[in-house]
Design a protein around this ligand. Structure first.
Ligand code: SF4
Length: 353
């Protein structure tokens, strides 16, 4: 990866713990030493179940959540909540719910004018009008005059999400953080929005974080995938490596319960058997619920659900192991394969091939 552009936004060993019951001293271990780098013109997908820490990570990268430990670097410099407005000019977030994220009392014109004016980049009425139209054209809402004076409730879900993306683009950011931004949309327009985001990434060299519970969609859209389980990144690599040669048992379970992306069925939210649903539900059905992060499991956090767990997995934190120079995972099987698991089955290195 030597010829890659330098990261715009980096998280280095970011940890977030929330107090939930001060008297009992209970805390939620929401994020543990999570690191990733976002580079211009590239997308990293952060994949995992609900409650795995994905949104906490995104909020921390947007400076909406103070990390308990670790650092967020923008352009190599430590990010600070004191410079939040300057930071927001460079790092924008688009949320899952286009219905809730746009004020229903305002027309699209107002919703887009605000960030343009707040960030002080408008020179006059004529310039404002030109920028408003250009913004709508960038998100393929054309002709712009059809949308500028509409209220959010007069738009479809996909059109609303395009307005939300246009609002984020109004400040000409370098980084776009997308939190489940297609999951609430009608299945027929998910691909349109992903194609729009891919075009923006390629044409405008935006660095993107794409948060999703859908690993098949991540494969389609992202350059790299980070798989998150119970607040920890357990596997990281190119989208191709992670989906074609998954090294962590949790990633394999996600993939096994996901429709074949080559058939593009994930866009219709269907499993291979034709029923509706996406991967994490299926994992939960088959392997139990995600752990309580107030009392996270000892050792490997995945061990209570892992079909390949060994006795040592309950007590020893698995090491991070490089599978290739572009792909790593945290699992003891990558260090010492060919031993018995807790169910008496033999595990082998075949997991990585
Ligand atoms: Fe499963 Fe053990 Fe690997 Fe964790 S370290 S994923 S419990 S085999």
């Amino acid at each position: 990866m030597t010829d890659e552009p330098a990261p715009v936004l980096e998280a280095v060993d970011v940890t977030v713990h929330y107090p939930v019951h001060r008297a009992r001293g209970e805390i939620v271990h929401a994020l543990e030493k999570a690191s990733l780098s976002l580079r211009p013109g590239r997308t990293v997908a952060l994949v995992g179940e609900s409650g795995s820490g994905k949104s906490t990570f995104a909020r921390t990268l947007a400076l909406a959540q103070e990390p308990t430990d670790g650092r967020v670097l923008l352009g190599g410099e430590p990010a600070s909540a004191r410079g939040r407005r300057a930071y927001a000019r460079r790092v924008q977030m688009v949320l899952q719910d286009p219905f809730g994220s746009l004020n229903p009392l305002h027309r699209v014109r107002y919703l887009l004018e605000r960030p343009l004016r707040l960030h002080g980049s408008v020179t006059g009425r004529e310039d404002l009008e030109r920028r408003l139209r250009a913004l709508l054209e960038r998100v393929r809402l054309t002709p712009p005059e059809r949308f500028l004076d509409a209220f959010p409730h007069e738009l479809s879900g996909g059109q609303r999400q395009r307005v939300a993306i246009a609002r984020a683009l109004a400040v000409e950011p370098e980084v776009l953080l997308g939190d489940e931004l297609v999951s609430m949309l009608d299945v027929s327009i998910r691909l349109e929005i992903l194609n729009l985001l891919a075009a923006l990434r390629d044409e405008e060299h935006l660095a993107m974080l794409y948060i999703t519970h859908d690993i098949a969609g991540a494969r389609y859209f992202a350059d790299e995938i980070a798989v998150m389980y119970a607040g920890e990144i357990v596997e990281y690599g190119t989208a191709e490596d992670v989906t074609q040669s998954p090294a962590h048992p949790y990633t394999r379970l996600l993939l096994d319960s996901t429709p074949d992306p080559d058939r593009m069925e994930f866009l219709a939210g269907r499993r291979p058997d034709g029923t509706d649903g996406v991967a994490p539900d299926a994992v939960e059905d088959d392997y139990g619920e995600p752990p309580d992060l107030v009392h996270p499991p000892t050792g490997c956090r995945f061990h209570p659900r892992c079909p390949l767990a060994r006795p040592s997995c309950a007590t020893e934190v698995p090491p991070r192991v490089d599978v290739t120079d572009r792909h790593w995972a945290s699992c003891v099987l990558l260090v010492a394969p060919d031993k018995e698991d807790t169910h008496g089955r033999t595990t082998t290195r075949e997991m990585t091939s």
